[in-house]
Design a protein around this ligand. Structure first.
Ligand code: GLP
Length: 260
């Protein structure tokens, strides 16, 4: 894992946006995996800016989102369809037919999950997957105890995750119990993973994911087995790391050819 600690979330998000812009410039038909939540919010604002100020072209990009709530209409304001439309897709030039988000309204959920995996494979696999992390160490909606080899499927949210996401629904009781999420095996197949985490409330999850043992109880710890994961965090999210000084030294002494 490459751990990059930035002074704040703005600088961290800008760096993430530059990495993604670099990928899209080098490979205009890139397949990008998107995440929702607070963590990638500023990154998406930077991508919109780079698109409008520098003409970054998303017309050949294919998008796959990590997850969606079961039972929510795509127009529901708390759905991840709405989040992506409002915060990114409607503000860049990605064609609608290149956007893929799990279907929370599917009649046959297992068939729809298999079809999602087939679409990822048919697109050539995901080049870069953006990830946030839950306070319990989940990625996507792969809650603790998720199979480390899991594929896209239905999951049941923990009480903690439903609490964490309650504000968007106007109350915990309104948060669905079920979701569809790419599995940990699906995420591990992505060529690059880019995980963003900011603030003190993520410090424990980051410490466990990066420096703790590999365990299904901290699903993000599976990324320790991923050949190319970049973790970009702010000082607060880094505050539980034992080797923060080392990671900072590594980053500031990268050879020129390795710099972003
Ligand atoms: C939800 C999402 C995850 C996200 C997590 C953290 O559980 N399904 O993909 O990483 O929330 O969200 P936030 O970035 O808002 O802290």
């Amino acid at each position: 894992m490459e751990i990059i600690i930035q002074p704040d979330s703005l600088g961290a998000s800008y760096l993430a946006a530059r990495i993604i812009a670099g990928l899209v410039r080098a490979k205009p038909q890139a397949v990008l995996g998107f995440a929702t939540g607070q963590s990638p919010f500023k990154l998406y604002q930077f991508l919109i800016k780079i698109h409008s100020n520098e003409g970054l072209d998303f017309s050949r990009v294919t998008a796959f989102n990590l997850d969606e709530y079961v039972g929510l209409d795509p127009t529901h304001p708390a759905s991840y369809h709405s989040y992506m439309r409002d915060n990114l897709f409607s503000r860049i030039n990605i064609p609608e037919d290149r956007v893929n988000i799990p279907d929370g309204l599917a009649d046959d959920i297992p068939a729809s999950c298999r079809a999602y995996e087939d679409r990822i494979r048919a697109a050539g696999g995901i080049d870069l997957q953006i990830l946030g992390i839950g306070t319990d160490g989940h990625i996507g909606f792969n809650e603790p105890s998720s199979s480390l080899a899991s594929r896209t499927r239905i999951k049941t949210l923990t009480e903690q995750t439903r609490k964490d996401n309650a504000a968007l629904f106007g109350g915990e009781e309104k948060v669905p119990h079920h979701v569809i999420t790419m599995g940990l095996g699906t995420i591990m197949d992505c060529r690059t993973c880019l995980l963003l985490a900011f603030g003190n409330k993520k410090a424990n999850a980051i410490a466990q994911a990066v420096e703790g043992p590999l365990t299904a109880m901290v699903p993000a710890s599976i990324l320790q087995l991923h050949p190319r994961t970049i973790v970009i965090i702010d000082e607060e999210a880094a505050s539980g790391l034992q080797r923060a000084f080392y990671y900072k030294w590594v980053y500031s002494h990268k050879p020129d050819w390795q710099k972003y």
